[in-house]
Design a protein around this ligand. Structure first.
Ligand code: UFG
Length: 349
């Protein structure tokens, strides 16, 4: 039985929601985060939501000695790896930083894991590995496609590295979870997404327009080959996504191996449909401006979630209404996110 789980990147948007679900399910939870793009306020909030204690270390996965010490002290049964740089646009400008940070920290983590005898890892991958998907809905058998940015390539490369590590050591259990578009927040409104500066992603941007922080939503293109011309994505409530990790852990407890799962709802919504749903959730009309397409974007991306249902006994329960409701609730209660916190600069040391 697995008892103790280490969440790498546990203070971030997805990591903090994973910590809540792990604690709710009775797992001892150790969160490790360098707070490069997150706040430790989220860690306090996780304890407030769950009424349980969480262990938190501020540490960087590039610092192998420090990470080794943590593993020797904590002896986790499994790692959920969601630490990494994640901004698509930034990765185009700073490719070396992205490859260096995301790949090196993953490799050092795996080295520490094997040295300390921890042989189970769940990795936060992304639907981005499918590129412009060869088939819709996307099953896990869909071939990986051409990816348009370094961020996405780090996800794909890490999938390959973990696959090769597993091939060399069959006892090293690996689950690759390919996230579709996580949005929303914990229904308590205590934890949620806190982007720095201008949000890159659709729903955090809409949320800031809804509370009057920004004037209008920019719709990136309305000439795609989709029913209303705007991009279609598989949005998934972050709480559902987090629960998917607990289901993956249970699978890992039963049988090791290498497994890949899509985590999405299987339903696609266009940009305009998401804005309409958000307007209902916040009870206001939101101004929208049609802009040109964003480079690198694809028309349509949604998954077939049947494999996760079949093998993990997991499926998304929340719909777009709850996603928008909980996003708005979080944004209203935390108009400035977790407040000013130090954003470390990307650097090598
Ligand atoms: N969009 C807008 N306006 C915005 C932001 C986005 O119209 O201000 C549109 C995009 O063109 C796209 C849709 O809204 O059609 C969703 O865009 P997001 O930026 O929210 O999400 P993406 O699907 O582009 O990217 C997300 C994650 C990536 C991940 C990818 C995998 O942000 O990390 O899904 O599919 F790689």
């Amino acid at each position: 039985m697995m008892k103790k789980i280490l969440v790498a990147g546990g203070a971030g948007y997805i990591g903090s929601h994973i910590c809540v679900e792990l604690l709710n399910e009775g797992y001892e939870t150790v969160s490790v985060d360098n707070l490069y793009n997150s706040s430790d306020v989220s860690m306090k909030r996780v304890e407030e939501i769950t009424g349980k204690k969480l262990k938190f270390y501020r540490a960087d996965f590039l610092m192998e000695d420090v990470i080794t010490d943590i593993f020797e002290k904590e002896r986790p049964d499994a790692v959920i790896m969601c630490a990494g740089y994640k901004a698509v646009g930034e990765s185009v400008v700073k490719p070396l930083e992205y490859y260096y940070n995301n790949l090196t920290s993953l490799m050092l983590l795996c080295d520490v894991m094997r040295k300390t005898g921890c042989k189970n890892i769940i990795f936060s991958s992304s639907a981005t590995v499918y590129g412009d998907p060869a088939e819709i809905p996307i099953t896990e058998d869909c071939p990986k496609g051409e990816i348009t940015n370094p961020y996405g390539r780090t996800k794909s490369m890490i999938e390959q590295i973990l696959t090769d590590i597993h091939a060399a050591d069959r006892d090293f259990g690996v689950i690759l979870l390919r996230y579709f578009n996580p949005i929303g927040a914990h229904p308590s409104g205590l934890i949620g997404e806190d982007p720095e500066g201008i949000p890159n992603n659709l729903v955090p941007y809409i949320a800031q327009v809804a509370i009057g922080k920004r004037e209008a939503i920019h719709v990136f293109g309305n000439d795609y080959d989709t029913p209303d011309g705007t991009g279609v994505r598989d949005y998934i409530h972050v709480v559902d996504l987090a629960k998917g990790h607990v289901s993956a852990l249970r699978k890992m407890e039963k049988d090791g191996g290498l497994n890949i799962y899509n985590l999405g709802t299987g339903k696609g919504y266009s940009v305009l449909e998401v804005i309409d749903a958000y307007e209902k959730a916040c009870g206001k009309k939101l101004k929208r401006i049609i802009d040109p397409r964003r480079p690198g974007d694809i028309a349509c991306c949604y998954c077939d979630p049947a494999k996760a249902k079949r093998e993990l006994n997991w499926e998304a329960r929340y719909g777009i209404e709850e996603m928008c409701r909980d996003s708005y609730n979080w944004q209203m209660k935390n108009p400035d996110g977790y407040g000013a916190f130090e954003h470390a600069k990307i650097c090598f040391s």
